[in-house]
Write a protein that binds this ligand. Structure first.
Ligand SMILES: [Zn+2]
Length: 605
C-alpha cells in the first residue's frame, strides 16, 4: 500500500517546454484532499501565480478510475478521494529563465519547486519523496542532475529518488538537469559545490580558491556553519544578474563575462560583482532562511505576507556581502570603499528616499519595489540599498558608542543564537530590541530616524570615526558611480535637465524625470524622445554636452516627440545635484582610529 507522498518529475517535452508531473497521494482520513500551487516563491516578494502555467490536471484512483477534482480558485483544487490513495497528473509550461522560475528546452531543464509542485494540504507536514526522471533518450544522454535535495536512490548521473522532510523543504531545492561544469571545496568540514550551467569559459581554479574564503568569513562571524552540504547553482548567460537564497543552496544567474577568465590578471568589476552575489546568498544561509521573520512563519504562500523587517534581512545581508569580500582578503580596503561609494551614490540618486521610509519599503515590497515603473525613483527607496547603508550606520554607531567593545557582528551572532538556532521567529521590532540589548545602548532614536524617518544618515561623520573621508559631488559622466579616490579634488556643477535616459537605445528616450528638477518644470515626461536642443539634433550620447553648452539665463528650446506628436518646450537647466559619493582612506590617523578601522575591515575583536 502506498504510504508516502511521491512527486515524479519528467522533462517530457523539452521542445514544447513542458514538464510532466505526477503525484502519488496516499490515503488520508479526510473525504477530500486539497491541492494548491504557491502564488509566490520564498525570497522573492511578488505574486507570480505559478498555477497559471499548470495545464490539464487529471486525478485517478489506484484502480484507474478518474476522479472529478473541483477548482476552487486560481490555484486550489479539491479532489474527492473518499479516503483512498490516488494520483494526480498535469503538465507545467516552463519557459522563463530566472532564479525564481522554471525553464525547459533541448539544452537543459531547471525548476524551482513552487513552479511545479502542488502542495497536498493534508500531508504538507509529512516527509515525501521526489523522483527526477531523465529526459527523452534522444536528448539527454549527457544530462546530469544538480540539486541540494537529499538523495535516496539515485544513479551516477543523479536521476532517481530524493527525500524531503516536508513540503516546505521539498520546494526549497532548485534543480538543474543538463550539462554543466562543476567545482568542489570544503568549508569547516562541509562539502560545497558550485555548478555552472550555460556556455562560459570561467577560470574554475580561481573560483575554487576565492569562494571558500568568503564562505569561511561568514561562518567565522556567526561562529557556526549549520549545514551538511551546500550548492551554488549558477546559470551563465549573455546578460543577467540575480540570486535566490535557500537553506542548502542558492540559484544564481550571471553574465558569463562576469565570471573570471583564465587570462584575467586583475579583479574585474564583473567578477567582484559576482563574488558579492555569491557572498550575499551565502549570508542568507543564516539571515532569512534560518533567522526568519515571524511574519513568514505565520503566513503562507497563497497571498502576500507583509513585514516591515526586510531591511534587516536584505539590507544587513547587502552590507555584509561586500564587507566579507574585504574581510576575506578577496578585495583590498580601497576596493571595498569603491563598492561602498557606489551604494551611497545609488541612495543619493533616489529622490524617493525623502518619500518612503525604510519600514514602508519593506512592507510594500510586493507592490512597489517589485513593481517599479517610471516614477519609482521619485516614490520609493530600495530596502537593499538604504538597508545596507542603515546597517553600515548602525554598525559604525555601535562601534563608536561602545568604544569598539561591540559591533553589528555581535548583534548578528545574538540573532543566530536566539532565533536561528532555535527556529524562533523574529518579531517586527525584534532586531531593533536585540541591537539595543546586545550593545547596551539606547538605539530607539537611531531606529526611529532610520526606519520611520526619511532624513539622510550622517555617514560622513560616522565614516570619519574609522578614518574614511566622504564627499558628495555631481556626476561626471553616464557611468560615474563615485568610488575610492586618493584625493578629494574640487568640482563645479554642470547645468543639467535632471532626467535619466533609457540606456542602449541610442536615441534620447526619457526613462525617469527627477522630482522637482528642470525637466519636470519644463514639462518633459517619461517616454518622451528628445530630438533637438536649441535646434541641434540630440542623441543619448550628446544630450548632456548639448545642455551644458547651450544653457543660458533665457533657457533652452527642447524639441521632443510625445507618442507621435512633436512638442517644443522651454527648459531652464540647473546645476547638477551633488549625488555622487567619493570615499578616501585617510592616511594619517590616530592610533585609535587606525585600530577602529582595522577592526571594522577585518572583523577582528
Ligand atoms: Zn538577498
Amino acid at each position: 500500500m502506498l504510504t508516502e507522498l511521491l512527486y515524479r518529475i519528467r522533462p517530457a517535452r523539452p521542445q514544447a517546454h513542458l514538464f510532466e508531473v505526477e503525484i502519488e497521494i496516499p490515503a488520508v482520513t479526510a473525504e477530500q484532499v486539497t491541492l494548491s500551487m504557491p502564488a509566490w516563491i520564498p525570497g522573492s516578494y511578488m505574486i507570480r501565480d505559478f498555477a497559471r502555467h499548470l495545464l490539464r490536471l487529471e486525478a485517478m484512483t489506484a484502480a484507474g478510475h478518474p476522479l472529478d477534482c473541483v477548482k476552487l480558485d486560481k490555484q486550489t483544487w479539491v479532489c474527492p478521494s473518499a479516503g483512498e490513495s490516488f494520483s494526480v497528473r498535469y503538465l507545467v509550461y516552463a519557459w522563463e529563465l530566472s532564479v525564481r522560475t522554471a525553464h525547459l528546452d533541448q539544452t537543459h531543464a531547471y525548476f524551482n519547486g513552487p513552479n511545479l509542485l502542488l502542495c497536498v494540504h493534508e500531508l504538507r507536514q509529512r516527509p515525501c519523496r521526489i523522483e527526477l526522471l531523465a529526459p527523452p533518450e534522444s536528448l539527454g544522454r549527457e544530462w546530469r542532475v544538480a540539486t541540494s535535495l537529499q538523495p535516496d536512490v539515485v544513479d551516477q548521473r543523479g536521476f532517481g529518488l530524493y527525500r524531503a522532510a516536508d513540503y516546505a523543504d521539498l520546494i526549497d531545492h532548485p534543480v538543474e538537469m543538463g550539462q554543466f561544469d562543476e567545482i568542489g571545496f570544503v568549508v569547516e568540514g562541509v562539502e560545497h559545490r558550485m555548478v555552472i550551467a550555460g556556455r562560459q569559459h570561467a577560470d574554475l581554479d580561481r573560483l575554487a580558491a576565492d569562494l571558500p574564503r568568503i564562505c569561511a568569513t561568514h561562518a567565522a562571524m556567526f561562529g557556526e556553519l549549520p549545514i551538511d552540504r551546500y550548492l551554488f547553482l549558477v546559470t551563465a548567460v549573455g546578460d543577467g544578474y540575480g540570486g535566490l537564497e535557500h537553506r542548502y543552496s542558492t540559484s544564481l544567474i550571471c553574465a558569463r563575462d562576469d565570471l573570471p577568465h583564465p587570462r584575467d590578471t586583475t579583479l574585474t568589476d564583473g567578477y567582484r560583482r559576482f563574488l558579492a552575489l555569491c557572498s550575499h546568498e551565502y549570508f542568507h544561509l543564516w539571515n532569512v532562511t534560518r533567522i526568519r521573520p515571524q511574519a513568514f512563519m505565520d503566513g503562507g504562500l497563497d497571498r502576500e505576507v507583509h513585514t516591515r523587517t526586510l531591511w534587516a534581512f536584505e539590507g544587513i545581508t547587502s552590507y555584509y556581502d561586500e564587507l566579507a569580500l574585504v574581510r576575506s582578503g578577496c578585495i583590498d580596503a580601497k576596493g571595498y570603499l569603491g563598492m561602498l561609494a557606489a551604494t551611497i551614490t545609488r541612495l543619493m540618486r533616489t529622490p524617493g528616499r525623502a518619500v518612503q521610509t525604510l519600514a514602508e519599503s519593506s512592507f510594500d515590497a510586493w507592490t512597489k519595489l517589485y513593481k517599479q515603473d517610471e516614477n519609482a525613483p521619485n516614490a520609493i527607496i530600495s530596502y537593499y540599498v538604504k538597508g545596507a547603508i542603515v546597517a553600515l550606520a548602525l554598525d559604525l554607531t555601535i562601534r563608536r558608542d561602545t568604544h569598539g567593545a561591540c559591533s553589528l557582528d555581535d548583534v548578528m551572532r545574538a540573532l543566530w543564537e536566539r532565533h536561528g538556532r532555535s527556529g524562533l521567529g523574529v518579531s517586527e521590532h525584534g532586531v531593533e530590541r536585540l541591537a539595543s540589548e546586545v550593545s547596551g545602548l539606547d538605539l530607539d532614536g537611531f531606529f526611529a530616524e532610520s526606519l520611520e524617518g526619511v532624513a539622510d544618515p550622517d555617514l560622513a561623520g560616522l565614516l570619519a570615526e574609522v578614518g574614511v573621508a566622504m564627499r558628495l559631488r555631481p556626476q561626471a559622466g553616464p557611468k560615474d558611480l563615485g568610488g575610492c579616490v586618493d584625493q578629494l579634488a574640487p568640482w563645479s556643477a554642470r547645468p543639467t535637465l535632471a532626467l535619466r535616459l533609457r540606456v542602449g537605445t541610442g536615441e534620447a528616450l526619457v526613462q525617469h524625470v527627477i522630482r522637482g528638477g528642470a525637466a519636470e518644470r519644463a514639462g518633459i515626461a517619461p517616454g518622451d524622445v528628445i530630438v533637438a536642443i536649441e535646434g541641434l539634433r540630440v542623441t543619448a550620447e550628446r544630450l548632456d554636452t548639448l545642455v551644458e553648452r547651450t544653457a543660458s539665463a533665457s533657457g533652452i528650446s527642447v524639441h521632443l516627440f510625445r507618442r507621435d506628436e512633436l512638442l517644443e518646450l522651454r527648459a531652464f537647466p540647473e546645476p547638477a545635484q551633488a549625488d555622487t559619493c567619493d570615499l578616501m582612506l585617510v592616511e594619517s590617523v590616530s592610533d585609535s582610529v587606525a585600530s577602529a578601522r582595522a577592526r571594522w575591515l577585518t572583523g577582528g575583536g
